[in-house]
Design a protein. Structure first.
Length: 84
C-alpha cells in the first residue's frame, strides 16, 4: 500500500511539473503527501464527531492535492516549459 502511495505521489508531481523524470529534490514533498494520505486513511478522514444522537463528519478532500497546493511555489522551479 505504501509503495502505491509513493508511486502515485511521484506521478502526481511529475504530471504537475510536466516532467518524465522525478527530481530527487522533491522527495520531501512525496513524504508529506504519503504521510498525509496515510493519516487521512488510517483515521478515516474524520473531521468532527458529535456524541448526542451520534454524528460524524469526514474530510473528503484529497491529501495529495492539498499538499501540491501548499508546495506550488517550490514546484514552480521544477516545471518544464512546453513550447508550441
Amino acid at each position: 500500500m505504501i509503495d502505491h502511495y509513493i508511486q502515485s505521489a511521484k506521478q502526481r508531481i511529475m504530471n504537475e511539473c510536466w516532467r518524465d523524470d522525478f527530481p530527487v529534490e522533491l522527495d520531501h514533498i512525496v513524504v508529506e503527501m504519503v504521510t498525509g494520505k496515510m493519516n487521512n486513511t488510517s483515521i478515516g478522514g474524520i473531521t468532527s464527531i458529535k456524541r448526542g444522537d451520534t454524528s460524524m463528519s469526514y474530510d473528503s478532500s484529497d491529501a495529495f492535492h492539498r499538499t501540491l497546493e501548499r508546495y506550488s511555489g517550490e514546484l514552480e522551479r521544477f516545471r518544464r516549459v512546453i513550447i508550441g
